[in-house]
Design a binder for this molecule. Structure first.
Ligand SMILES: N[C@@H](CCC(=O)N[C@@H](CS)C(=O)NCC(=O)O)C(=O)O
Length: 259
């Protein structure tokens, strides 16, 4: 039986975090998903499912999307919003649907807490676990900037100000990862693969998708921010490449290696 149900659009590097952790921890997940444009036609609920035309017309549970679904009407049940007050996906649930877990890093942590293999991916002592948390928190700060930029690219609304602040956030984040890998270790924390590496790999893979908007950036005189990552942040980039080839990561991440 699965320990967590996750509702989201797919593919989503935010969900990959939990999937990779689950593979390493021997945890079973149930993923309910559809391609991104279809999610607006689904009922957002523990028992998420496609809506009938009649249900959509009735306008029950209708609300305006706020992040990534701006301009769309979404259908979120009261139960969904009780379990997920921020109303976002990925949305994880306990098997009986009573407990909602939100934020992709926290969903990944939940998976690690069900670890059946003693993988150590969330550290085996309070210092290591807290250091892993530090990376997850710092990654979320970058992820917020990254999300604003990626959504503006998708809406053809990227401005010079958004681009510049994202470039700066990317430099700060990648410089830190590069510095952390300078000590010669193979992983970010404690000499072994942890949630910190999973989070970094998935956030970087998500950000690499800016490359798909290369022409739009070029048209306004800007270049892809990640274009020179391998030269500017060789250790961080090398770490990403190695992780993509790791057997727990490669089912989702291997494709991120080719532009
Ligand atoms: N930092 C969050 C981001 C979650 C998020 O912003 N999800 C957006 C889709 S990309 C959402 O569910 N938006 C709901 C809405 O627009 O109402 C995470 O990592 O889980």
């Amino acid at each position: 039986m699965s320990q967590l149900r996750i509702f989201c659009y797919m593919p989503s590097p935010r969900v990959w975090k939990a999937m990779i952790a689950a593979r390493l921890c021997g945890v079973e997940l149930e993923i309910r998903s559809v391609p991104p444009p279809k999610l607006k036609d689904w009922l957002w609920d523990f028992d998420a499912r496609p809506l009938t035309g009649q249900e959509k017309k009735s306008n029950l549970n209708a609300c305006a999307g706020h992040t990534g679904f701006k301009g769309n009407i979404l259908y979120k049940t009261d139960e969904f919003l009780r379990a997920h007050p921020f109303g976002t996906v990925p949305a994880a649930f306990s098997p009986d649907g009573t407990v909602g877990i939100f934020e992709s890093n926290s969903i990944m942590r939940a998976v690690a807490r069900f670890d059946k293999t003693g993988s150590g991916i969330y550290g085996d002592d309070p210092y290591t676990a807290s250091r892993i948390d530090s990376y997850l928190d710092a990654s979320l700060v970058f992820a917020r900037d990254s999300q604003i930029y990626m959504l503006s690219l998708a809406d053809n609304g990227v401005t010079r100000a958004i681009y510049d602040s994202t470039r700066k956030a990317f430099d700060v984040y990648m410089s830190a990862i590069d510095r952390a890998m300078r000590s010669g270790g193979s992983f970010l924390v404690g000499g072994q693969l942890t949630l910190a590496d999973i989070c970094f790999a998935c956030e970087f893979a998500l950000f690499l998708r800016e490359g798909k908007r290369k022409e739009a950036l070029f048209d306004i005189g800007l270049e892809v921010i990640t274009a020179t990552s391998s030269e500017r942040f060789p250790r961080a980039f090398g770490h990403f490449q190695k992780l993509c080839q790791h057997e727990a990561f490669s089912p989702e991440l291997h494709a991120s290696l080719s532009p």
